[in-house]
Design a binder for this molecule. Structure first.
Ligand code: PHE
Length: 447
């Protein structure tokens, strides 16, 4: 087998992981979920889950990746026995499905950059504009353009492709978003927006927690790129024994700050435009936010900058999903990087075509793909990993986490026990709840 690649620098690894984490999850999904699940109440639950579930699971992925130095399928094959040696397959399937629709939504983002530059965000009729964007050939075309960009970067490999590109993309995302948030703070609706966004209604959490908890858990996994082997793959390119927990804190912290900042952009713009009704769900930033941009000063340009920021973030995430499946073909089947990237890129493009072409008003295919991958497969992947390291490969996990730590002490067992009981119980409950919900919506659509 050819010499395995590694990151050139520690910063390269951290930026790649941040690039993976920061994406549509932070800037497309996060604001609409905040809107859907009661503003600040959602924010609080989400932050708790990030810290007490997301972070421990991220460390699981890091330790497995660095220990085995292999792709997720190969990694679990190497250390697992029986059924646990097959866990990696969940990741490959999830990666395929997620990237296929992720690229479609990213293609819509590309269209909204152009619409903004032309000064054409609809004033009224934003829903119809979104409908025209999201189906048929234009949507297939922008999906193809986005996939081509992903293929182009990943074909260059770890150092010259992924690492180099994230060193440009991640600082750009942060700078653009902070700039937008500062501008949004000067808008007339900012005060009202902050009040909505930042003062949690604890009563709302108490009465809605059965909805908020599973949604926030799925969101925490999605935004941190967990349950899909990305962090296993990225950690497998770490040559040296650095402190994984410290890197994890930086990565989780930046991802959370960036999602939070996205809210500081979206809500002031919305409140300033005074929309009486906002669109829930996937259409939120396309319909409500683009319409809001149409009514604020310099809205077209600002909207274009906003959507460009989202597009960069999406690209820096999409390459990480691609790397999971590519590394599997390279490691396990000895296929060269370029042919592997090409073949997978085309296959994933094709899997996404139904989502892209779909002209149904309910975005049926998007709902199906997203339900399956995000609500079920990611949670399942995370649950299996937590079970495995928490109960079966405890020594391996502790030993690996201890490297680069001068004195892990009892924190190691705190981590293991967090995985063993609270994380597993919570993920199990969320998985059952989501499976029932997705099953219900599928029979609703196809039944
Ligand atoms: N974390 C990415 C985002 O927030 C999405 C993602 C999920 C990437 C799973 C990789 C794996 O948009």
């Amino acid at each position: 087998m050819a010499q395995r690649e590694s990151w050139a620098t520690r910063t390269g690894f951290i930026l790649a992981a941040v690039g993976s984490a920061v994406g549509l999850g932070n800037i497309w999904r996060f604001p609409y979920q905040v809107g859907e699940f009661g503003g600040a109440a959602f924010l609080v639950v989400y932050l708790l889950l990030i810290a007490f579930v997301g972070f421990p699971v991220m460390l699981v992925e890091f330790t497995i990746g660095r220990y085995t130095e292999r792709n997720p399928v190969g990694a679990l094959k190497q250390i697992g026995q029986g059924i646990s040696s097959k866990i990696g397959w969940v990741f490959v399937v999830a990666g395929f499905v997620i990237l296929s629709y992720y690229s479609v939504v990213s293609g819509w983002i590309l269209q909204y950059i152009v619409i903004g530059l032309q000064g054409n965000y609809a004033v009224g009729g934003a829903g119809a504009q979104f409908g025209a964007t999201t189906g048929g050939l234009p949507s297939v075309l922008t999906h193809a353009i986005f996939m081509a960009a992903v293929i182009g970067i990943v074909a260059f490999g770890i150092q010259d492709g992924i690492e180099l590109s994230v060193k440009l993309m991640v600082p750009a995302i942060i700078a653009l978003l902070v700039g937008l948030a500062v501008y949004a703070g000067t808008l007339s609706g900012a005060g009202e927006a902050y009040a909505y966004y930042l003062s949690p209604d604890l009563g709302a959490i108490a009465s809605n927690w059965t909805d908020i908890l599973p949604a926030a858990a799925a969101q925490a996994f999605f935004t941190l790129s967990l349950g899909m082997g990305v962090m296993i793959t990225y950690a497998s390119y770490l040559g040296e024994d650095r402190n994984l927990a410290k890197d994890g804190v930086i990565i989780v912290g930046l991802d959370t700050l960036i999602a939070f900042t996205a809210g500081l952009v979206a809500f002031p713009v919305l409140f300033t435009a005074n929309l009486t009704e906002t669109t829930d769900g996937p259409g939120f930033i396309f319909v409500s936010l683009s319409e809001a941009f149409s009514s604020i000063p310099f809205g077209g340009i600002l909207g274009a900058v906003f959507f460009a920021t989202v597009a960069i973030a999406a690209l820096s995430s999409a390459i990480s999903i691609m790397e999971v499946v590519v590394s599997y073909l390279i490691d396990e089947h000895g296929i060269g990087r370029v042919p592997a990237v090409m073949a997978l890129g085309i296959a994933i493009f094709l899997v996404g075509v139904p989502v892209a072409y779909d002209q149904s008003s309910g975005l049926v295919w998007l709902t199906v793909y997203d339900g399956l991958a995000n609500q079920i497969l990611l949670i399942l992947g995370g649950l299996l990993l937590a079970l495995y390291v928490g109960w079966f490969a405890t020594d391996l996990g502790l030993e690996e986490l201890n490297k680069g730590f001068r004195n892990l002490g009892s924190w190691g067992m705190v981590w293991i026990w967090t995985l063993r009981v609270p994380v597993i119980v919570l993920l199990l409950v969320v998985l059952l709840y989501n499976a029932t919900k997705v099953y219900g919506s599928l029979t609703g659509i196809f039944g």
